[in-house]
Design a protein around this ligand. Structure first.
Ligand code: MF3
Ligand code: CO
Ligand code: CO
Length: 278
């Protein structure tokens, strides 16, 4: 996710590339390839994401797999980011840096992964439950997952970006959760982050963008148990936490708008599918 324009916001991943970009049919196949590979890495990581592994070990697995397949980890070195994946545990909203923290029973961890395949980006994330988590935690994760799918189904060819945020926001509030505002989805293609910005709440400014066929974007809502406000770790400059230190959960898919409607490019084989109950 990338930070959005606005007074209270600090840029972390930098401004969006300023050109509206529509994928040609050849480009769409390239995006499909990149996203398919990204999902494959997620499936490769999946059995390893359990109590007893450190977030740094997960990162190393993702790095090795990507390199062995001849592809490029997009996050590594991006605006100075030091790793292949972001691992955001519990009250960490996003951009958590893998380290020697060992996952334990009751944790939730979002793994956010972006791959570059032949110059094209595929970007997705999942929140994993470690062992037995509390019912309220499960509810948060479920709502984050469901809200992403609701956002995906809220857009039609030539619809507007704001339709996504409207649907997600309404659902999240209805479930008793708040939506993070400082970080949003984004167009994706040859650039990691490009127009349009995709707020997960009804933002009148950036919401006007039309989702023409050929638009490729991410939908990646972050839902908080408590207040929506976040803060960035002062010592590492990356880790985003909830201000109130309550939990946050997120899911992300890369979506291509086609003439027939949205096509989800980062579907995994073994991960939670639409309608999944955690
Ligand atoms: N993958 C994140 C996103 O969904 C961005 C991470 S940027 C990094 O947009 F630099 F932190 F890796
Ligand atoms: Co993203
Ligand atoms: Co991502």
């Amino acid at each position: 996710m990338t930070s959005f324009r606005g007074p209270m916001l600090r840029p972390t991943t930098g401004p969006l590339a300023k050109i509206p970009i529509y994928a040609t049919h050849a480009d769409r196949d390239s995006l499909r390839d990149a996203c398919r590979f990204n999902a494959e890495v997620m499936d490769f990581l999946r059995p390893h994401v359990r109590a007893g592994i450190s977030t740094g070990e997960i990162d190393q697995l993702a790095y090795d797999y990507t390199i062995q397949h001849g592809h490029t980890p997009a996050c590594l070195g991006y605006n100075g980011y030091p790793n292949t994946v972001c691992t955001s545990v519990n009250e960490v909203v996003c951009h958590g840096i893998p380290d020697d923290y060992v996952l334990r029973d009751g944790d939730i961890v979002n793994i956010d992964l972006t791959s570059i395949v032949n110059g094209w980006h595929g970007d997705s994330s999942e929140t994993f439950l470690i062992g037995e988590v509390s019912p309220s935690t499960k509810h948060l994760v479920q709502a984050a997952f469901d809200s992403m799918w609701i956002g995906i189904h809220a857009i039609k060819p030539f619809g507007r970006v704001i339709d996504i945020g409207r649907a997600i926001y309404r659902f999240a509030k209805d479930q008793g959760f708040e939506i993070v505002r400082e970080f949003q989805g984004h167009g994706v293609g040859r650039s990691f982050h490009q127009e349009p910005g995709v707020p997960h709440f009804p933002d009148l400014q950036s919401g006007k963008a039309v989702v023409r066929p050929g638009t490729c974007l991410t939908i990646e809502p972050m839902l908080n148990e408590g207040n929506w406000k976040t803060e960035i770790d002062k010592s590492d400059g990356w880790t985003v936490r909830t201000q109130d230190r309550r939990l946050s959960a997120q899911f992300e898919h890369t979506i291509l708008m086609t003439e027939r409607g949205p096509e989800v490019l980062t579907l995994t084989k073994n991960g939670p599918q639409e309608g999944h109950k955690f």
